[in-house]
Write a protein that binds this ligand. Structure first.
Ligand SMILES: C[S@@+](CC[C@H](N)C(=O)[O-])C[C@H]1O[C@@H](n2cnc3c(N)ncnc32)[C@H](O)[C@@H]1O
Length: 289
């Protein structure tokens, strides 16, 4: 698959998961609340800032950014999927937010008109890029000197057992080779220790810091999480799409059974570990007269 075909497949897959991601906005908000606050604090988003939100999805973190920058600031929310961006617009309008504009954009090909942002963020989007370095270089270019960038990506397979479980079972049913979960463009592609730090430095960021954050996904019952993945988990949905309806149902039943081992007396708890990655676009040294 060439790069254009791969991005179009990702876009279609997220178009199909868009409604599910938006519908589960409340769950996603609770799941990522602390990590999102940590990301926005690390990027030092403040009143009056102009912020680029890359792979914004249905606009959940966009809302937090819009509130932080206030009426004197602005947010440009971008995403590869037109369907999810339409839902972002609807969700943000419903929240009464007026300082956000949305625009379709592949994170790996940000237009030259994207410039002068005080800050940029990307929450759980960068790992879907087959060429994350291209995305990071493009994001770096959009920032003002001294501008900050923060990304959240999934960490290693070992620290995200509910993700590795569902991928492993889905791959078995789909007949797909049980490939490396860290394959470029995959959910866990940026979790290898040192990788994000190296990529961000190569893209030109300075002061790069990467730290781990625990972000457990907690719902009352295993079925609640399976319902979320069935409608919003684009990578698993895409893996199972070619199967017959009966085979797909059997796969989901198997996934539910395997995920049930994360049920606890306090409800279903899927451990997730994220990497919070932050870097700065260094101010260029003044030219001597
Ligand atoms: C897991 S969702 C995260 C959405 C949102 N940031 C959030 O945290 O709620 C991943 C998003 O990345 C977007 N995406 C995937 N590949 C992309 C790319 N190459 N450029 C821009 N967006 C992309 C998808 O369309 C989807 O909206």
């Amino acid at each position: 698959m060439n790069a254009v075909t791969a991005e179009s497949a990702v876009s279609t897959a997220w178009d199909e998961a868009a409604q599910g991601w938006s519908r589960h906005g409340g769950l996603i908000r609770a799941w990522l609340k602390q990590a999102t606050e940590a990301m926005l604090d690390a990027v030092e988003v403040k009143a009056g800032d102009r912020v680029l939100d890359v792979a914004a999805g249905a606009g959940d973190q966009t809302l937090d950014i819009a509130r932080r920058v206030g009426p004197s600031g602005s947010v440009l929310a971008t995403d590869l999927s037109p369907s999810i961006l339409r839902l972002a617009e609807t969700n943000l309008r419903a929240a009464g937010v007026l300082n956000v504009r949305v625009q379709r954009a592949d994170a790996q090909a940000l237009g030259l008109d994207f410039v002068n942002f005080d800050a940029a963020v990307c929450r759980l989007g960068l790992m879907f890029c087959a060429e994350p370095l291209l995305a990071l270089k493009g994001i770096h270019r959009t920032l003002v000197d001294g501008g900050r960038f923060g990304a959240l990506v999934f960490s290693s397979p070992e620290t995200n057992p509910c993700i590795t479980t569902q991928l492993r079972v889905a791959q078995r049913h789909a007949g797909a080779a049980a490939g490396d979960p860290c394959t470029p463009g995959g959910l866990l592609s940026l979790g290898r220790p040192g990788l994000m730090s190296a990529l961000m430095s190569e893209a030109g960021f300075t002061g790069v810091e990467v730290r781990t954050l625990s972000a457990p996904f907690i719902v009352p019952r295993c079925e609640d999480y399976v319902d979320f993945v069935r409608s919003a988990g684009s990578p698993v949905i895409a893996l199972l799409k070619p199967l017959s309806a009966a085979a797909r149902e059997a796969a989901w039943a198997d996934i539910a059974e395997q995920l049930d081992r994360f049920t606890t007396p306090q409800g279903w708890v899927g451990q997730n570990e994220l990497l919070l990655c932050v870097g700065v676009k260094a101010a260029r040294p003044q030219e001597s007269p």
